[in-house]
Design a protein around this ligand. Sequence first.
Ligand SMILES: Nc1ncnc2c1ncn2[C@@H]1O[C@H](COP(=O)(O)OP(=O)(O)OP(=O)(O)O)[C@@H](O)[C@H]1O
Ligand SMILES: [Mg+2]
Length: 259
Amino acid sequence: MRIVIENVGKTFVDTKKHEVTALTNINFSIEEQEFVVLVGPSGCGKSTLLNIVGGLMSPTSGSVYFEGMAASDKKPSLGIVFQEIALFPWRTVYENVIFGLEEQGISKQEQQDKGKHYIDMVGLTGFENSYPKQLSGGMKQRAGIARALAIEPDLLLMDEPFSALDAQTRTLMQEELLTIWNRTKLSTLYVTHNIQEAVYLADRVIVLSRHPGQIKEIIHIDLPKIGRDKDEYRVQFEQYADQIWQLIRQDAQDALKEG
Ligand SMILES: Nc1ncnc2c1ncn2[C@@H]1O[C@H](COP(=O)(O)OP(=O)(O)OP(=O)(O)O)[C@@H](O)[C@H]1O
Ligand SMILES: [Mg+2]
C-alpha cells in the first residue's frame, strides 16, 4: 500500500488570534516497504505533518490517502511511537503490548502468540510481567515499539522515538530498529532532527524548511540498508549528512535565535 500526501497545508490560529502557517504545499508519498525520514529544524512542522498523516489532526488543505485500498476495506491501521512513550502504568509490559490486539477481536491465544513474538523481537523477553516504572528509558521505548508493531500496522509512525535516551542507548536502539525493520519491512514515517540518524535509517530523507514548513529537498539514500556505518561507506555517509546539514543550516540557526 502506498500513502500519498497531496498538497497538505496546515494553519494554526495562536492564542493572540494570529495565523501561523505550519505547513504549506506538502507533496510526497511513502511507498510500500519504504522508510521515509522527515528532518528539519525545530518548529518546521515535523510533528504536525506526522500527526496529519496519522489522522490525529486534520489538514487545513490537501489530503492524505492510502492508495490501493478500496472504500470497503477496513481502515488502514497505524502504529504510533512518540518521543515520550505513553505506556499504561497500571499494565504490565505484556498487557501494554497486547493493548491494540484486544480491540482487534482476535482470540486470547493469538494475542498471546503475537505479544510474545513482538516482546521477543524488541529484546524484552523476561520482562513481560514488569510494570513501566520498573523499566529503564530504553526498555520503555522498546515496549512502546513492540506495542506499535504488535498490531502489524499498514504504516508505522515514529516521532523522535529515541531523543530522550542517552547517546549510547540511542545508538543501540537505532541498530535494533533497523534489525526489526528488516524483519517487518513496514512502511514507516520517522521524524528526527538528528541528521546522522536520518542517513542511517532512511530510504529517503525529506528535508523541511521553516516559516512556513515546506519541502526543501527529498534525498534518496543510495546505500545498503544494513551496514551503513561500516568503514567502506564512511565517505558517502558523511557526504549525505553534509548535504542535509547545508540544507538546514540557515534555518537551524534562525530557529536557535528565536528560541
Ligand atoms: N496546536 C497548535 N497551535 C498553534 N500553533 C501550533 C500548534 N502546534 C504547532 N504549532 C506551531 O506550528 C509550527 C510547527 O510545530 P511542530 O510541533 O509541528 O514542529 P516540529 O518540527 O515538530 O518541532 P520540534 O522539532 O521542536 O519538535 C510551530 O511554529 C508551532 O509553534
Ligand atoms: Mg516535533
